[in-house]
Every structure is written in structure tokens, then in C-alpha cells.
Design a protein around this ligand. Structure first.
Ligand SMILES: Cc1cc2nc3c(=O)[nH]c(=O)nc-3n(C[C@H](O)[C@H](O)[C@H](O)COP(=O)(O)OP(=O)(O)OC[C@H]3O[C@@H](n4cnc5c(N)ncnc54)[C@H](O)[C@@H]3O)c2cc1C
Length: 336
């Protein structure tokens, strides 16, 4: 969100002290407390910003944004800083607003299968809380241990189950956000089937913080899977990949949930020391695909795979026989 800031040493100090007066010293970090934080997933340097604000409530976010708006101060939202396009990187004259303390899972409704969360909740924390209740939040990606629900919403993250459950957009039922001038916009819809009026949340999903800061959300949960088959297959020609996808999708009758393609050079890199993964199959195939089918058991998958083998679509395959083998296969895909 860009409210152009004025530049100048004295003024900058003034604005930071006014920000502290407005929000309280415990909410505003400055100096080394800011620069000692890593600026992003690929960044080698620390965060550069005049100050970093850590609100706890939507009202705090509103006060912080209103102050910055009234003082022509540019603002950048910080989630888990796992974004791969540097959109959360701040310049020295920016103020960062980190949602890290807004990390409460307010409610999980096991009957309606919804979760109400603050936007700083870490994706993995929500996944685990849902699992404890035999539910699943289907979004999953390698940055799960750090990325936040607000960041997922703002980037409309796809993740590794997009083929079955869609993008983040398909998992968000409602959103609360604060506009640049501090106005709170609430559209915390709880229903799947709702075609009443404008669907305001869609504006904030995928807008990278440019229209406002997402503070809370209502998310759709699913029943936890009772079975799943996870495997890695090797393919010798690129042209066979669409056929493999078609074969699996049609034979699995809608249960295909992940189809993650890896090229030979990536596979080799992440299965050779110093990487931690061991190669489950030879390292000289041109393509590898991590396949997962939520709702399919390993026996059925074996038959489907045998057909693919006979048709010459796959040249090698490994099916996970335990949860730890499943995690090993996913470790290869996630080791970005
Ligand atoms: C190992 C790894 C694997 C990944 N895999 C995938 C993948 O499979 N699919 C995929 O789509 N992406 C993937 N990503 C990128 C993905 O988009 C981000 O990891 C994640 O969605 C960003 O969340 P974050 O909390 O880290 O956001 P940040 O990086 O902190 O921010 C991202 C953007 O959102 C804005 N923002 C953050 N929080 C808010 C908020 N509350 N309100 C408004 N704006 C906000 C920021 O200003 C910035 O513009 C991956 C990243 C990593 C590191």
C-alpha cells in the first residue's frame, strides 16, 4: 500500500516518534530490532524500514494505517516473508506492518467445517489444528511452517493440491481487511453458497496488499482423508506427461490431489549430498512426478500404475508404504 512518504532525516525521526506516541512503544520496533530480521526468503540482508509495527488486533491495524495515511507514510504488509517475488521487501523509508502477533485461530466449527482466523496464523498451525479435529485445510505448500494465512490470501497461493482443491481463492469464505485510510471492511461470510450482492473478498485475494491489509478470514475446511496414496513416478518423454495426467485423473475418478512435476536437474540436486533427501529411484530419468490421491488406497493405485506402465507412459515408480515414506517423497518436492 503506497502513501508516498516524505524523505529527510529529521522528519523521519519525528514520524517514528509520533508513531510510537500513537501506538505505544511495545507495538513499534525500530533500529536493530528491525534490521536484524531477514528481509525475505531469498534475501541476504536485513529488513530496511523506518519502523516495524506489530499490531495485535484489527483496531491496532486500523490506527496504524490511519496514522500512516494522514502522514503520507508508505506502508508494506509483512506475513511470513516466504513470498518468492520480493513483494514484501521494504525500502528504508517504508514502515512495515507485520501480522505476526495476530496469530489466533479464533474458532474451528467442526459441523460447518469452517475456521475463523487472524491473518497472521501460520499455515501449518491451522493445518494441525484442523487435523486434531479430523478435518483438513487443503492448502499446502513448502513454506507451510512460516507463511501466513494473510500472505496466502494476498498472493492467492496455489500450493501442491491446487489440481483438486483450487487456489486459496477457492478456500476463502470471508475476509476482513483494513483500507489504507484505516477504514475496516468486513465481509466475514460463513457460507459456501452465497450469491448475495458484491463479493468484496475477491478484491483482496491475490492483490498482494495493494488494496489493504487482510486482518481476519473465514476459511473452508474439508473432512480429513481416511486414506491416500502417494507415489513418485519417472517419465522419459515430456510429451507423455499430459497422457499420464489424463490417465491418472480419469482412472482415479476425481481423487487425484497432487501432480507435481520435477525436472532431472532439480531431482538430482535435492537427492545428492549435501541435500538431506535420499533418491527413491535412479537419478537419470528426464522427469519425475510426485503424485498423491486423497481418498484412494495404495492397492488401487498400484493397478492404475500397472496400466500406465503397460501403456509405456511411466518407466519407473515408487509407492509410499508408510507415512514416513510419504514424508520422504514430499521432502524431495518441498526442498526448494
Ligand atoms: C518453499 C516455498 C514453497 C512455495 N510454494 C508455493 C506454491 O506451491 N504455490 C504458491 O502459490 N506459492 C508458493 N510459495 C510462495 C507463496 O506465495 C508464499 O509462500 C505464501 O503464500 C506467502 O505467504 P507469506 O505469509 O510468507 O507472505 P509474505 O511473503 O510475507 O507476503 C507476500 C505478499 O503478501 C502481502 N501480505 C502479507 N500478509 C498480508 C496481509 N495480512 N494483508 C495484506 N497483504 C499481505 C505482502 O505485502 C506481500 O506483498 C512458496 C514459497 C516457499 C518459500
Amino acid at each position: 500500500m503506497y502513501n508516498e512518504g516524505l524523505i529527510g532525516g529529521g522528519f523521519m525521526t519525528d514520524i517514528v516518534s509520533s508513531l510510537i506516541d500513537e501506538l505505544g512503544a511495545d507495538m513499534v520496533l525500530t533500529g536493530e530490532d528491525v534490521s536484524s530480521r531477514q528481509a525475505g526468503f531469498f534475501a541476504r540482508s536485513g529488513v530496511q524500514a523506518k519502523a516495524l509495527v506489530r499490531p495485535r488486533t484489527t483496531a491496532d491495524v486500523s490506527r496504524a494505517l490511519k496514522f500512516c495515511y494522514d502522514n503520507d507514510q508508505s506502508v508494506v504488509a509483512h506475513g511470513g516473508l516466504t513470498g518468492l517475488v520480493m513483494s514484501a521487501v521494504t525500502a528504508p523509508d517504508d514502515v512495515a506492518i507485520s501480522l505476526e502477533l495476530m496469530n489466533e485461530i479464533e474458532e474451528i466449527n467442526t459441523v460447518d467445517r469452517t475456521a475463523v482466523v487472524q491473518s497472521g496464523v501460520v499455515l501449518q498451525a491451522l493445518q494441525e489444528e484442523a487435523e486434531k479435529r479430523d478435518l483438513m485445510y487443503p492448502l499446502d505448500l513448502g513454506g507451510r511452517g512460516s507463511c501466513t494465512i494473510g500472505g496466502n490470501i494476498s498472493t492467492n497461493a496455489g500450493g501442491n493440491r491446487v489440481i483438486r482443491y483450487g487456489m486459496t481463492r477457492d478456500m476463502v469464505l470471508g475476509v476482513e481487511a483494513v483500507l489504507a485510510d484505516g477504514t475496516i471492511v468486513s465481509s466475514m461470510n460463513q457460507m459456501i453458497k452465497n450469491n448475495a450482492g458484491y463479493d468484496l473478498k475477491q478484491l483482496f485475494i491475490g492483490s498482494e496488499g495493494s488494496l489493504g491489509i487482510v486482518t481476519r478470514a473465514v476459511l473452508r475446511l474439508r473432512e480429513a482423508p481416511r486414506e491416500r496414496a502417494t507415489l513418485m513416478v519417472a517419465v522419459d518423454e515430456f510429451e507423455k506427461l499430459p497422457n499420464l495426467l489424463k490417465h491418472l485423473d480419469s482412472e482415479l475418478g476425481g481423487t487425484l490431489s497432487a501432480f507435481e512435476l520435477m525436472w532431472n536437474n532439480y531431482y538430482k540436486l535435492v537427492t545428492t549430498r549435501p541435500a538431506q533427501n535420499t533418491a527413491p529411484m535412479a537419478q537419470d530419468y528426464p522427469f519425475y512426478v510426485l503424485v498423491e490421491a486423497i481418498g484412494c488406497d495404495a492397492d488401487r493405485m498400484e493397478n492404475i500404475l500397472a496400466d500406465a506402465w503397460e501403456q509405456g507412459i511411466v518407466v519407473d515408480a515408487v509407492i509410499a508404504q508408510s507415512e514416513s515414506q510419504r514424508m520422504q517423497l514430499w521432502g524431495i518436492r518441498d526442498d526448494v
